[in-house]
Design a protein around this ligand. Structure first.
Ligand SMILES: Nc1ncnc2c1ncn2[C@@H]1O[C@H](COP(=O)(O)OP(=O)(O)OP(=O)(O)O)[C@@H](O)[C@H]1O
Length: 305
């Protein structure tokens, strides 16, 4: 598979601060990747390195096969970037703003109109940006990043200021971009919404990459327990408790719902036993560890490599 982004042992130091330290990372077409980490973990610096706005102190960065800091305009045109804090000239309309960026980036003539439509801003296209809500400005920022259908899209905290419905629309657009072959890197603190919207997660801590993989891969590495929640008939809780055994592990949620944590092996053994013996429950939910739990696990010091 060809790679759209390839970082090899990259470091970026600012005096004594190791903003990025020995990070290797590659991404191919169609990958939607969540880049997560505490404040100051090095996420924005990584994005700046990929944009060519910062040069590595050590190691190499290649985006679309080129050094992004070398100033090759053809590579820059194929990169889309939504900064953390978008700011536009409030006196220009949405359409004028986008038209300006389309020209700057060498986009298609009148490309702004399709983008305004796609981002749900057509109705406000001729209003001044100064009158836009935060969510509208954010969508205008995304439209700007999508000019020229970029092969690599770098989005820093893209859903800040968007309400839940707009967030869903936003992730719909991100999925479409990924399906069309773009590499999308989403930098965010909103772990719960990244789950299900990013196929791969990269966790940064103090400039270093401490985990990298799909949620399933990270779950496999972390070996965190799955929550098993069982529902019984109104009068069946006691019988279920006795059947499961190990009362100390059980959490009684209410009169007929019991929950416990199971390692991957215990989960399989439990399901086998339930199928063989006809367990006394009427419904079962299994909740695997979420990204927030995996994040906490990897930050606790168990590094991937
Ligand atoms: N131009 C700079 N000069 C000095 N230090 C810098 C510079 N840019 C970043 N840093 C430092 O490098 C570290 C990583 O910063 P970076 O902005 O990459 O983190 P981040 O993960 O994006 O954080 P946040 O989630 O708060 O945006 C921080 O300690 C920051 O203060």
């Amino acid at each position: 598979m060809s790679l759209n982004v390839e970082l090899k042992s990259v470091a970026r130091h600012y005096g004594p601060v190791k903003a990025v330290d020995d990070v290797s990372f590659s991404a191919g077409p169609g990958e939607v990747i969540a880049l997560v980490g505490h404040n100051g973990a090095g996420k924005t610096t990584l994005i700046k390195l990929m944009l060519g706005l910062a040069r590595p102190t050590a190691g190499s960065v290649a985006v679309l096969g080129q050094d992004p800091a070398a100033g090759d305009a053809s590579v820059r045109r194929r990169l889309g970037y939504l900064p953390e804090n978008v700011s536009f000239n409030p006196a220009l309309t949405g359409r004028e703003t986008l038209r300006f960026y389309v020209r700057l980036k060498g986009g298609r003539p009148r490309e702004e109109n399709g983008l305004l439509e796609r981002l749900g801003l057509a109705h406000a296209a001729d209003r001044r940006v100064g009158t836009y809500s935060k969510g509208m400005r954010q969508r205008l920022g995304l439209a700007q990043a999508m000019i020229g259908t970029p092969a690599v899209l770098l989005l820093d905290e893209p859903t800040t200021g968007l309400d839940p419905e707009l967030r869903q629309q936003f992730y719909g657009i991100v999925r479409e971009m990924g399906t069309a072959g773009a590499t999308v890197l989403l930098c965010s603190h909103a772990l719960n919404e990244l789950e299900g919207n990013a196929g791969r997660v990269v966790i940064m801590n103090e400039g270093r990459k401490i985990a990298d993989g799909s949620l399933d891969e990270l779950r496999h590495i972390a070996q965190l327990p799955t929550k098993i929640r069982l529902k019984t008939a109104e009068d069946g809780a006691q019988r279920l408790r006795e059947w499961i055994g190990e009362p100390a592990r059980l959490r009684q949620i209410n009169g007929h719902i019991v929950e416990f944590d199971a390692t991957p092996e215990e989960k399989t053994a439990f399901l086998r036993r339930a199928a063989d013996q006809g367990a006394p429950f009427i419904d079962l939910d299994m909740v695997p560890p979420g990204l927030d739990e995996l994040y906490a696990h990897f930050l606790a010091g168990r590094t991937l490599r």
